[in-house]
Ligand binder design. Structure first.
Ligand code: APR
Length: 193
C-alpha cells in the first residue's frame, strides 16, 4: 500500500526490516543501545558487530530520542536506533512519547541527508503498546512530518506479519479519508419517545 504526501511517499509493506534497501532502517532499541530481542536482535544479527561497536560509543539513548550508526553488513547504509516508550496504562504520556520517537527518527534522517527510511512498528512488541493505537500515532506523526519536510522522499513501514500489516493499512485508510464536509446531512438519531 502506498500513498503520496506532497512530493513524498508513504508505503506499508509486510516483511523483515533487516532486508530493506532504504538508506536507513530504524531499530526498535532500548535505552542502553546494547541490543536485545525482536527488531533489535534481528538488526544486530544481520548487521554484524560493527553496529554494536558504534552503539557503545553513543552513551545510550533516552526514550523518545534516536541516534544513528552505520548499517554494517545490512543493505541499508545507516541504522537509526530509536527508543520507544514502554506502554503502561496509556496515562503516562506514552502516546506523546511514541510520536516523539517517530519525529526524532525523521529529524535524524533529515540531519544526515537521508531521503529514504524504513520503520518497524515501534513499541508494539516487547514494549506492549496496543498496535491499533500505535499505528494511528505512527502514521499521523509521519504524515505531519512529510507535509512540512519534503527532503525525505520515502517512508516505508515494514510490518511483521499480516495482522500487523492490516492494522496499519486500516489506520492509513482512515487517516487518508477526506474530512467530512459541512454539507453532509446531520445524522439525525431516532429520539426515543
Ligand atoms: N522486521 C520487522 N518487524 C519486526 C521484526 C523484523 N525482523 N522482528 C520483530 N518485528 C516487529 C514485532 O512483531 C513488533 O510488531 O517489530 C515490532 C516491535 O517489536 P520489538 O522488536 O519487541 O520492539 P519494541 O516493542 O519496541 O520493544 C523494544 O525489545 O528487543 C527489545 O532491545 C529491545 O528492549 C527493547 C524492546
Amino acid at each position: 500500500m502506498r500513498v503520496r504526501i506532497g512530493e513524498s511517499e508513504l508505503e506499508l509493506v509486510e516483511g523483515d526490516i533487516t532486508e530493506q534497501t532504504t538508506e536507513a532502517i530504524v531499530n526498535a532499541a532500548n535505552r542502553t543501545l546494547l541490543g536485545g530481542g525482536g527488531v533489535d536482535g534481528a538488526i544486530h544479527r544481520a548487521g554484524g558487530p560493527r553496529i554494536m561497536e558504534e552503539c557503545r560509543k553513543l552513551g545510550g539513548c533516552n526514550p523518545g530520542d534516536a541516534k544513528i550508526t552505520i548499517g554494517g553488513n545490512l543493505a541499508a547504509p545507516y541504522v537509526i536506533h530509536a527508543v520507544g516508550p514502554v506502554y503502561r496504562d496509556g496515562k503516562h504520556h506514552e502516546a506523546d512519547l511514541l510520536a516523539k520517537t517517530y519525529r526524532r527518527s525523521l529529524e535524524v534522517a533529515s540531519e544526515n541527508n537521508i531521503e529514504t527510511i524504513s520503520f518497524p512498528s515501534i513499541s508494539t512488541g516487547a514494549y506492549g503498546f496496543p498496535i491499533d493505537q500505535a499505528a494511528r500515532i505512527a502514521l499521523s506523526t509521519v504524515i505531519d512530518y512529510l507535509k512540512s519536510n519534503q527532503d525525505i522522499r520515502l517512508v516505508r513501514f515494514v510490518l511483521y506479519g499480516r495482522k500487523a500489516f492490516d492494522v496499519y493499512a486500516n489506520a492509513l485508510e482512515e487517516l487518508m479519508k477526506p474530512p467530512a464536509t459541512e454539507e453532509e446531512p446531520e445524522q439525525v438519531s431516532e429520539q426515543a419517545d
